[in-house]
Design a protein around this ligand. Structure first.
Ligand code: PLP
Length: 466
């Protein structure tokens, strides 16, 4: 399988290089040159497979000979064995033909574990083969950092440095990062804000001379292709559980960077009958505004009760724009260069095509809280604020009640107790058993000044073979 850039000017790469690269040299994102396509008969034959067996069927065409079949099977068995539910991604029924797929049974209680648990293992496998080492450097305001650390904790060929803004992440989120023990795990609390952290990461990728040429940086942010790939699997899993592929499904996806829902779009293109995909956003609603009025325009960032969806632009949307423009990389490059300067639109027929593929909705904090309360009162089932946005959008956008509507449950409610409290409920969502002692575990992190030279010096001194 070969991968090409959405901006048309970077060289095509194989899976291993795409895994290690992240962003293409022309500033674009990598996508498969062509997608595998599965017949209904083939998908039907997957009924009854375990999650990890299904993951093999869906993902092996993308990985190809970078990981031989037997090794890949073993890797997937290990990856999905860490989830705290036998079904890995269990479905919970809310109402007639309405479901939540719980994607928060992994080690950090958010769906990002599905991809990052696999990504850490893939990286280590490929680096072992190549006798290489990488330093992962990332900035986090919450969920991604802990999932990346958990994903890489057992990697022998990876050191991971995660920067978070000192005293500006929630205690649960900080502890999920800083209590993971391992010589290759390094938490840095920067005396600054999230943007300061992100700027340092970006500048360090631009000039890696501080590493002295002895190792290189790698990125695990949501534009990494392997993350998208791993997220395709659970759309097949849900469909097969509810009578697919002989009936089509509808999905509602709490959306920030457009990675998770883009995976659903790919599942459909690969042959899975999906009749509706709903983009559910919070007040940071650039995608909903685009879908409603064909205007792609950045607004100020708003802080909401669903912080993992607080974005100004959705980086993975570029991958959809590439398809909407007939895979013309230069057209995408021009469009996004213009979008950085001000509002842009696309040709009407392309926009209408996008509207055939996706519905959308934006949900504010009050409605999010109302939904948490309503579902609890109806079912004694507690939603986290991100999933609540998905459920509300699913109900607002639903077209056909004969089609099962599945909302992706992206986080465990215990991660966001403030939103639950704000919804007026007096229940407190408990941490699951495997995390119940989180507040007793020993923390390890280093506080550094908001100064890139100091941070780089720390990294150069502390990676494994420094
Ligand atoms: C990351 C995240 C999202 C957004 O997913 P995208 O792939 O960026 O669209 C939604 N909910 C939760 C809980 C998340 O952690």
């Amino acid at each position: 399988m070969r991968y090409i850039s959405t901006r048309g000017e970077a060289p095509a790469l194989g899976f291993e290089d795409v895994l290690l690269t992240g962003l293409a040299t022309d500033g674009g994102l990598y996508v498969p040159e062509s997608l595998p396509h599965f017949s209904l008969e083939e998908i039907r034959s997957w009924r009854g497979l375990s999650y990890s067996e299904l993951a093999f069927k869906v993902m092996h065409p993308f990985v190809d000979d970078a990981v031989p079949a037997d090794d890949f099977r073993k890797m997937l068995d290990e990856t999905y064995a860490v989830f705290a539910h036998k079904a890995v991604a269990p479905l919970v029924q809310l109402d007639t033909n309405e479901w939540v797929m719980e994607l928060f049974r992994g080690p950090t209680l958010a769906f990002k574990d599905f991809a990052l648990q696999l990504l850490g293992r893939l990286l280590d496998y490929v680096l072992e083969k190549r006798k290489q080492h990488v330093v992962i450097m990332g900035a986090t305001s919450g969920d991604t950092g802990s999932a990346a650390i958990e994903g890489c904790r057992r990697c022998e060929h990876v050191d991971i440095f995660i920067l978070h803004p000192h005293q500006r992440v929630s205690e649960v989120q900080r502890r999920q990062m800083t209590t993971v023990q391992g010589d290759n795990i390094h938490n840095i609390a920067v005396r600054g804000n999230f943007d300061d952290c992100q700027r340092m990461v970006k500048e360090s990728f631009g000039n890696q001379s501080f590493l002295g040429g002895k190792t290189q940086l790698a990125a695990v942010n949501s534009i990494n292709w392997a993350r998208i790939m791993a997220q395709i699997v659970y759309y097949f899993h849900a469909s097969l559980a509810l009578g697919g592929p002989d009936r089509s499904m509808a999905f509602s996806v709490p959306t920030g960077n457009f990675g998770d829902i883009f995976a659903g779009y790919l599942a459909k293109k690969m042959g899975l009958p999906i009749s509706q995909l709903v983009i559910a956003t919070n007040r940071n609603d650039i995608l909903h505004r685009f879908m409603s009025g064909n205007k792609y325009e950045q607004h100020q960032l708003e802080h909401t009760l669903s912080p993992s969806m607080d974005i100004m632009v959705s980086s993975n949307f570029e991958r959809l724009l590439f398809d909407l423009h007939g895979r013309d990389g230069l057209a995408v490059k021009n469009l996004l260069e213009n979008a950085a300067k001000g509002p842009v639109s696309i040709e009407d027929y392309r926009w209408k095509h996008a509207r055939k593929l996706f519905d959308s909705d934006a949900v504010d904090d009050k409605t999010t809280c109302d939904t948490i309360r309503e579902i609890y009162e109806q079912n004694e089932y507690l939603l986290d604020p991100h999933t609540a946005i998905g459920v509300r959008a699913a109900r607002n956008c639903r077209r056909d009640h004969a089609v099962p509507m599945i909302t992706l449950g992206t986080a465990h409610p215990a991660k966001f107790p403030d939103a639950v409290a704000e919804s007026g409920l007096s229940v407190k969502p408990p941490l699951p058993a495997h995390m119940a002692d989180l507040f007793e575990r020993e923390e390890r992190y280093t506080v550094l000044d908001n100064n890139i030279a100091g941070v780089q010096e720390f990294i150069a001194k502390h990676w494994k073979n420094a």
